[in-house]
Write a protein that binds this ligand. Sequence first.
Ligand code: ATP
Ligand code: MG
Length: 392
Amino acid sequence: MKEIILIKNGELALKGLNRATFESVLVKNIKRRMYDLGKFTISRSQSTIMLEPKDDDFDMDEAVERLSKVFGIAGFQRAAAVSKNMEEILETAAPYLEEDLRRVKTFKVEAKRSDKAFPLTSPQISCEVGGKLLEAFPHLKVDVHHPELTVVVEIREHAAYIRGDQIKGAGGMPVGTGGKAAILMSGGIDSPVAAWMMAKRGIVLNAIHFASPPYTSLQSEMKVHDLIRKVAAYGGDIALFTVPFTEIQERIREDCPEELFTLVMRRFMMRISCALAEREDCLALVTGESVGQVASQTMGALVCTDAVADRPVFRPLIGMDKEEIIERARKIDTFEISIRPFEDCCTVFTPKHPRTRPKKELLEAAEQNMDVEALIQRAVEGTRKELIRNEF
Ligand code: ATP
Ligand code: MG
């Protein structure tokens, strides 16, 4: 018996040209994730993509694990491929579906026959396969209206396929269909989740991290690497830009009123990120901010931060509670890394009483004391680029 995987596209509302682009990017992404698992082919018919291993040692379990992280897939199924022969179908169904069938009490069999020359009709196929499964698993009952499991037997042109449970896909859009944006990535809980949410909408990500050695350690930078690697399991390889931020933070500490430290710093982050985004063709910035979470994330503070950005700043977590963000962080396996102790440049010179209702004029006046352009230029020039590959 051979096994294949049938993959269903997400976003069924897509039409026309968009749909074709969506599908071809999705197929490319699937191939890229699977390439080291052995030889396989991929074919398409209607909204189904079929992945067919060509090597006996192709690792199906690993393939399923990786597919569950590919955006643009609504769901997928493993299926047994057998010859179009009723005896072989009946012999294969029970052992192949054993694990699924032992988990449920009710089931039904649905037969689909695109090959009309097949000697049995669809109801006859369902009836025979159903009978055989009842015989093999006496605890089962047939429920045609609300079965816990629907077994599908499909007779196609070249083979017959038997499949059980549908596995839920990651949803969203294939990465690469939505353009490119730059995520400002700290080592905290929020920014990896924000990155994941944008990747889910098909956006290719660059990551920007501000490091302030010796106030921030190499471990903090490693932590950011580890987080990005997790996000890259979904979003594909991510280019990381590490910006030297020490000089700017020291200048801010010298030249600005303490209550404005954080906001002036965030405005520097925005300006530098915009310069890098322009150079790297990123249309927008992304942050992990959520309104009201901390002093620098009040609506007034966000307005002051955005005032220096020359492109949209997306904040996918804006309306989420910390609890909801943590729940998502656990699901995408970033939480345990995020809670490793670390210093972020945001936490090294935190004011005791930050302004929560800042005035733009006050920030501008404070910045007058600094050579903003030169500081930005030096930070951009000192930025290090590296490619973080996805971790499976
Ligand atoms: P997080 O959990 O992502 O660190 P946070 O709630 O702790 O978020 P802040 O530390 O105020 O919030 O940072 C808000 C956002 O600013 C972060 O989500 C991230 O997008 C960006 N940011 C903060 N620190 C850095 C940094 N060192 N490098 C790059 N971006 C940063
Ligand atoms: Mg943070």
